[in-house]
Write a protein that binds this ligand. Structure first.
Ligand code: GLU
Length: 488
């Protein structure tokens, strides 16, 4: 059986697009499903787009994502270098080869001429396309003009008529009319290759068997196929996962903050959730169970089941997965993941007890069940860390149904009495519940009229974990202090 080799080939643009992450995941899963190899290749030949620090940022976010590459920059491998800007000598060699094979030609057209040509095409309502002005220059003329120092690009020599058939693993044969294809640039005047040239040379030399890239690359597909043919190389398999649209049917947009994987990380999504969610963008497992870890995906993923209709990005589903994976996390790990989101709360207090790992762990444990995003932990648990609650806010929340603030404060006196009876050593959620609930039931008192004000007095919040849980974590002294502040 053929040994599968896939690659992820991002351009360092400053952030990792969620759609590209999905592509990376599919490339990873295709490789893993067959014990193949996944390479990381940095496509940084677009000088205009290339942002210096972006490469570092890319490595950081890929590292965070948990996808492991077998080959790539900093990892090694037999097919390097894995950064396109370090492969110039290779591109030069294959530039000469494609010229010799007649698959490409020199074009000396100046930017001004091209501009004028485009303007005329526009005025005549023609598609903007290079008019092949330099396609048939005599070799002697080409040589002379190069010697004279004229600037040039190298263009791909496209067929003038007929059809180009490109085979996509998901869509079958896709037909393109040659008349629609432009003699586009393969090598820029700087000598650097364009994507269209570098991608074919690199995928061939790196022996990639399955090229996985987004559907938006289908327009490049015939150009790539023709280039493989001109070189006389075998064409790898191509897999173009479908577009990802938002719920409204539009493109995901950077402005709406929904494209960068970094944003999802910073909002407190877990990699497990993001991986599970992205795997289902265009692919579906055979059974009904959609909760799949990376390991389970590796075992079940079959790229033949990737669909071709656009995938819908449903953030509620991502939240659901995130909540699920947060609940599954071992508490110790969850505490560490939450820590950066608790920094602001920790800065609210100098109380060493509240700075301790033990306290933070108890706080996180109380929220684990209902946490959807790690970033919510700060807001949700602020009340634990403040030394004093906002008295006005607490007062405002005290009334409950028919219970007035005045009566609530009376009821709290009773609660204080019951709490004081519980010894410090026995200060647990269970004994608090037992001590308070037994009394309320025995005396046929309305439970809510005591527990609501108790909870509000302890938290100053409309919604929070139950009062006994909160009291246990706050400890006897601080719980009594908070409630007593309302009974004086
Ligand atoms: N560098 C291209 C991008 O970032 C990669 C396309 C491909 O995978 O061939 O979109």
């Amino acid at each position: 059986m053929e040994k599968i080799r896939t690659r992820f080939a991002p351009s360092p643009t400053g952030f990792l697009h969620i759609g590209n992450f999905r592509t990376a995941l599919f490339a990873y899963l295709i490789a893993r499903a067959e014990h193949g190899t996944l390479a990381l290749r940095i496509e940084d030949t677009d000088e205009k787009r290339y942002v210096g620090e972006a490469e570092e940022a890319l490595f950081r976010i890929l590292d965070w994502s948990g996808l492991k590459f077998d080959e790539g920059p900093g990892i090694g491998g037999e097919y390097g270098p894995y950064v396109q800007s370090q492969r110039q000598a290779i591109y030069d060699k294959y530039r000469d080869e494609i010229l010799a094979k007649g698959g490409a030609y020199h074009c000396f057209c100046s930017p001004e001429r091209l501009e004028k040509m485009r303007a005329e095409q526009q005025a005549n309502k023609q598609a903007p396309r290079y008019d092949r002005h330099c396609r048939d220059l005599y070799p002697e003329e080409v040589e002379e003009r190069i010697k004279a120092g004229e600037k040039y690009v190298i263009r791909q020599k496209m067929p003038l008529d007929g059809e180009v058939v490109a085979h996509d693993e998901l869509r079958g044969d896709i037909k393109f009319q040659a008349s629609e294809l432009e003699d586009h640039v393969l090598i820029k005047s700087s000598g650097m290759p364009t994507y269209q040239f570098a991608v074919v040379v690199d995928d061939h030399l790196m022996e990639i068997t399955h090229v996985v890239r987004g559907e938006d690359w289908i327009p490049s597909f015939p150009k790539n196929i023709l280039l493989y043919k001109s070189f006389g190389w075998d064409v790898p398999k191509f897999v173009h996962p479908p577009l990802i649209l938002n719920k409204g049917g539009g493109k995901l947009s950077k402005r709406q903050g929904d494209v960068a994987v970094e944003d999802y990380r910073d909002k407190g999504y877990l990699t497990e959730a993001l991986i599970n969610f992205c795997a289902l963008l265009g692919w579906h497992p055979k059974g009904d169970n959609e909760i799949l870890t990376l390991k389970e995906l590796e075992e079940t993923f079959d790229y033949k089941n990737i669909g071709t209709s656009p995938a819908v990005f449903d953030i509620d589903k991502l939240d659901y997965f995130n909540g699920y994976y947060i609940r599954q996390k071992p508490l110790g790990e969850l505490v560490e993941l939450c820590r950066p989101f608790l920094e602001k709360n920790l800065a609210l207090t100098d109380n060493p007890r509240k700075q301790s790992k033990d306290f933070i762990t108890k706080v996180v444990e109380l929220e684990q069940e209902r946490l959807k995003k790690l970033s919510e932990i700060g807001e949700l648990t602020r009340f634990f860390f403040v030394d004093k609650l906002d008295a006005a806010k607490v007062l405002l929340l005290l009334p409950w149904k028919k219970l007035t603030a005045e009566q609530a404060r009376e009821n709290l006196k009773l609660i204080v009495g019951l709490m004081e009876k519980i010894p410090e050593v026995n200060w647990t959620n269970d004994s608090l519940e037992e001590g308070i609930m037994d009394y309320l039931k025995k005396n046929e008192l309305r439970v809510g009229e005591y527990l609501w004000p108790m909870r509000v007095a302890l938290t100053g919040e409309k919604a929070s974990p139950g009062p006994f849980d909160v009291a246990e974590v706050l400890g006897k002294a601080e719980s009594l202090e908070r409630i007593k502040a309302l009974t004086i």
